[in-house]
Design a protein around this ligand. Sequence first.
Ligand code: KG4
Ligand code: ZN
Length: 353
Amino acid sequence: MSGGTAAEPGSTPGFGAETGGQGVVLAIETSCDETAAAVVRNGQLLSSEVASQIPLHQATGGVVPEVASRSHLVALRRVLEKALAEAGLRMRDVDVFAATAGPGLASSLMIGASAAKGLAVALEKPFIAVNHLEGHLLSPFFGLPDGIRPAVGLVVSGGHTLLVDVEGFGSYQLLGQTRDDAAGEAFDKVGKLLGLPYPGGPHVNRMAAAGDARKFDFPRSMLDSGDYQFSFSGLKTAVRYLLPQLAELRVSDVCASFQEAVVEVLVKKTVRAARELERQTVAVSGGVSCNSRLRMLLGETCEKEGLELLLAEPAVCTDNAAMIGFVAGLKWKAGEFSSLEADIDPNLRLAAS
Ligand code: KG4
Ligand code: ZN
């Protein structure tokens, strides 16, 4: 496999630009509770492996950072080998090593970043640090023949709810975000209140399918706030008020009504942003974008409004390394390499607001 020449220790600005991103990227993602590796060649995904820690965290009903990072340490070698085997490649075929640099849990981020840097040093190849949020944001554009185009991006995950104006690769304007709980966090907290397994999101979605979404009139916080901010913590409180009567209620109705409240606010604000910014495309990503009701209402609303809707494929909605490899490939093409002395940043931001 063709690739760059040997990396200098430390910073490697501009290194590898001669290959213009044509070659093999091995990407690692360990920002929270999924140990993931992927191989991307010339913008095409060759393999994507994810080892989920969900069973490990079910006992505690949430992620314990030290448990997560130790589990990454154990799982990473196997995940890397599987990703390379699936791609039909060896470690020496890799031209660029990439890893998530943030945001996320510090001790988890350090495992993936250290591994990628170690491999880059040993094999004398460059290293590229990737923002996890940029990975989510751009995942709806994977594999599109004309690549990234101007859009309003909605990133809805367990840790973030962001509305972003995407002008092009690397050019993002934060329009708004949540003031309190992220959308996925609200799903998980409500799931926990209702006694559903961790993480609550997919279980609430499944239960909601059999429920009546109009049974409870939960608050649509900040729907008419006139800005692009969100707030979901009031919903969790509204569900908590119902708990004393839970035995007489149908959990599926609570799930469906809660889900409808979250989805309605997300869809209306996203579409309003597209209209106000005169963007023709809406791009939706992150774990919550797996939600079937969100996908359906986005589809219906965008069609009515004449907007193009790009939804991340379900396999790349939740945390994965394919999105990290894809962004790393674009950075490589742009000659944007990272220093081997670069730190991780648990609070890394996507863009200025
Ligand atoms: O993107 P992700 O894997 O991790 C973060 O970067 O946070 O998102 C995980 C979140 C969790 O809160 C999970 O409950 C939620 O995505 N989620 C869902 C669904 N599938 C995953 N929420 C609602 N409906 C779903 N089907
Ligand atoms: Zn994520």
